[in-house]
Design a binder for this molecule. Sequence first.
Ligand SMILES: Cc1cc2nc3c(=O)[nH]c(=O)nc-3n(C[C@H](O)[C@H](O)[C@H](O)COP(=O)(O)OP(=O)(O)OC[C@H]3O[C@@H](n4cnc5c(N)ncnc54)[C@H](O)[C@@H]3O)c2cc1C
Length: 316
Amino acid sequence: MSSEPYDVVVAGAGPAGLLTAALVAGRGHRVLLLERDPCPGGLPGGVVRERSTAVNVVIEDERVTGLRHLPQGEPARTVRARCVVDASGGDSPLRRHVAGARGSSGLAVYACFTADTGRAEGPRRFPFGNGWFWTAPAGDGLTQVGAVVRPDLADRVRADPEGALSGFAEACPPVRDLLAGAVRAAGGPGRIRVRPHWSYADHRLWRPGMLLVGDAACAVGAQPLPVLGTHLACRGAGLAARALDGFLRGTADEAEAFAEFEHRYREAYDSVLHDGIPQDGGPHDGILPGEGLHPEGTFPPPPVPFAGAARAGVSR
Ligand SMILES: Cc1cc2nc3c(=O)[nH]c(=O)nc-3n(C[C@H](O)[C@H](O)[C@H](O)COP(=O)(O)OP(=O)(O)OC[C@H]3O[C@@H](n4cnc5c(N)ncnc54)[C@H](O)[C@@H]3O)c2cc1C
């Protein structure tokens, strides 16, 4: 038993933080979950402290050893833990201690058109050479049509958003056909919008004593495709819980377990970004238990070679 009061302290009780905390506590580890807002429900086997804002991490000899937090109406406190999980979302105040500049960001350009897909089954996604399109019913007979493209196309998109969007549509036959004869909606819905950092994945998702999970680590953007964002956050939680469990039990070396977490999480990000959620297994396929906690609590051999982690830029 370690001298730290907690094995893991998790900052943020969104989908990523809640699931990570629940999975790790479910394996018998001592978990504290901090949430700056009111937090519905509890954490079986763990402790929840709501209305408490994580403000910084404690670093000793290059290792994260705890968290500074500010309970509402009380002085700041320090809590020590063997590992800190940052799941405090896209505006995390903690992620800078792990990650540098955000990488792989994609740019979105989108607007609503009179093309009517209201009878269709819902949002759809179409890959093309520069990225992918989404189409989604937007009510009143309108369809939102947007392209998410590589960041190196930013200048082209910003210089002429309308020309860029129609050029991308021409390169994507299903969208070209959908828009044939359609016109842009009147007023606000028809305005062409450009959003940078629609999707991103940080280059580093861990350091000794700390993991980034959920939007703090990577995101595929606020998008009309249901469940992609939360699916990815939950995938990250499952992978984080697996790595933490292996490390805390002593069945895995921390660096190897965390590097594998990072590698597989970045693979999941790429896969969700480019292919969406695999339809064959449903949205939760791959989160539990295969990529979550091993039934015996051991750390099974990684299904991908660690050379993959090196390819993904891990060097520690
Ligand atoms: C406008 C919009 C629409 C979206 N629509 C969809 C959709 O339809 N389907 C979908 O799957 N995804 C959608 N997403 C993406 C999805 O919401 C996120 O990917 C997902 O919520 C990420 O979960 P998370 O737990 O990482 O972060 P969050 O859900 O952002 O949770 C972070 C939590 O941390 C807390 N927190 C923040 N800072 C601190 C701190 N300093 N200390 C303590 N707690 C803190 C927050 O209060 C919050 O509870 C959308 C996102 C946006 C922005």
